[in-house]
Design a protein around this ligand. Structure first.
Ligand code: FAS
Ligand code: PHB
Length: 393
């Protein structure tokens, strides 16, 4: 492949944000080049999100990559809250008229990569030493090394879709950016296994030993999480130790139905809430985890990334037709939705996890809120509205 020296939008990062942005811009007739630090296989090997909001489903359809998602994804009308050995269903569809789609981030990424390859759009994987330049003016550019050669690509905009540890946000002058952050005093240990899920819907469990989540990727592949100490390492846990701990955190009748088996993947993820403001710096536009992080409790990370690039793709297409209105309002419109998702993710994490400093009074508050929720249609509607996703605006 000949690497171009110029394009309209240079996308840094081939996660869901970068790939979906490239697919949407292709639909709108805007040229892009995609740069990714890792190999495509490495990106596909990362096991992450599992739940898509309708906004994300609609954007994937608009990008022309929804076929396999509709064929293989699992529409879910509700999920269970579990505490005191009882499961209580939150009926998303009855409360909001909406549902969510269970379809793994790995499959979303695969569909988007396949579509980009089929369209012959330039993508550079294993791009080393990416650096971004001139975004405070009208002629930004990106430099990188690839297969022993150094390249520079001039562009109209740089889309920083390079995740929390990427180079784009890190390249913004300190005085131009404000960060908000909360790091949680625990992590999630996740396990993926080719066993049938314990239930047809997700189960979020609040237990004295810690939070647990029963999720899935299909009718034959399950994804489970247990809250763990921050310094926990997955390799220190046998599969059997994981299964035993998961079962201890579920009601006995549910635990008895858990299908166990060998793990395909097992990893520990830290939990953090983070927002960088603003999300635009001249011709550098941040989207997805490059701009914000949520604890995965509310299943918002991937969905926020999709919402960002839904707004960004339209703004960049408008700019190519002569209007800067979308670009100028991008950051403010994204952050309105980002902060609401940050609040829900923080609240749901605070409700469902055991914190070292909760204390007996704090425990009583958690328990009282859970009991209030299961007895209140209004409280359940508030949860459901946020879980199915707020409008893109
Ligand atoms: P991503 O981090 O997915 O993608 C960024 C890409 O940029 C990566 O491929 C990276 O290699 C590349 N990159 C980085 N630096 C670069 C550079 N200098 N040059 C070029 N490329 C560079 N969300 C949920 O909703 N549910 C979950 O259960 C869940 N679990 C998660 C577990 C983990 C361990 C992590 C880290 C996140 C999890 N998330 C979850 C959130 C996750 O799904 C993100 O929200 C989602 O990946 C966001 O997508 P992107 O913004 O594209 O960022
Ligand atoms: C997942 O299936 O990975 C998943 C589902 C829901 C969440 C977090 C993770 O809230």
């Amino acid at each position: 492949m000949t690497i171009p020296t110029r394009t309209q939008v240079l996308i840094v990062g081939a996660g869901p944000a970068g790939l979906l942005l490239g697919a949407l811009l292709h639909r709108y007739g805007v040229d892009t080049v995609l740069l990714e630090a890792r190999s495509a296989d490495y990106v596909l090997g990362r096991i992450r999100a599992g739940v898509l909001e309708q906004v994300a489903v609609d954007l994937l359809d608009e990008a022309g990559v929804g076929e396999r998602m509709h064929a293989e994804g699992l529409p879910h009308d509700g999920f269970d809250l579990c505490f005191d050995g009882q499961r209580h269903r939150i009926d998303l569809h009855a409360l909001t008229g909406k549902r969510v789609m269970v379809y793994g981030q790995t499959e979303v990424t695969r569909d988007l990569m396949d579509a980009r390859r089929a369209a012959g759009l330039p993508s550079v994987y294993e791009a080393d030493g990416v650096s971004v330049h001139g975004f405070d003016g009208a002629r930004p550019s990106v430099r990188f090394h690839h297969q022993g050669a150094t390249h520079e690509i001039k562009c109209d905009f740089i889309a920083g879709c390079d995740g929390f540890h990427g180079v784009c946000r890190a390249s913004v002058p300190e005085a131009a950016i404000q960060r908000y952050e909360k790091v949680y005093p625990f992590g999630w240990m996740g396990l993926l296994a080719d066993v049938p899920p314990v239930s047809h819907e997700l189960i979020y469990a609040n237990h004295e030993r810690g939070f647990a989540l029963c999720s899935m990727r299909s009718a034959t592949r399950s994804r489970y999480y247990v809250q763990c100490a921050l310094d926990e390492h997955a390799e220190r846990w046998s599969d059997d130790a994981f299964w035993q701990e998961l079962k201890r955190r579920l009601p006995p009748d549910t635990a008895a139905q858990v299908h166990t088996g060998a793990s395909i993947e097992k990893s520990v993820a830290p939990l953090r809430s983070f927002v960088a403001e603003p999300m635009r710096f001249g011709r550098l536009m941040l989207a997805g985890d490059a701009a914000h992080i949520v604890p995965p409790t509310g299943a918002k990370g991937l969905n926020l990334a999709a919402g960002d690039v839904g707004l960004l793709s339209r703004a960049l297409a408008e700019f190519s037709r002569g209007s800067a209105a979308g670009i100028d309002s991008y950051s403010q419109r994204c952050l309105q939705r980002v902060w609401k998702a940050e609040r829900f993710s923080w609240w749901f994490t605070s409700l469902m996890h055991r914190f070292p400093d909760t204390g007996e009074f704090g425990q009583k508050m958690q328990h009282a809120e859970l009991e209030y929720i299961v007895g209140s249609t209004a409280a359940q509607t508030a949860i459901a509205e946020n879980y199915v996703g707020l409008p893109l605006g």
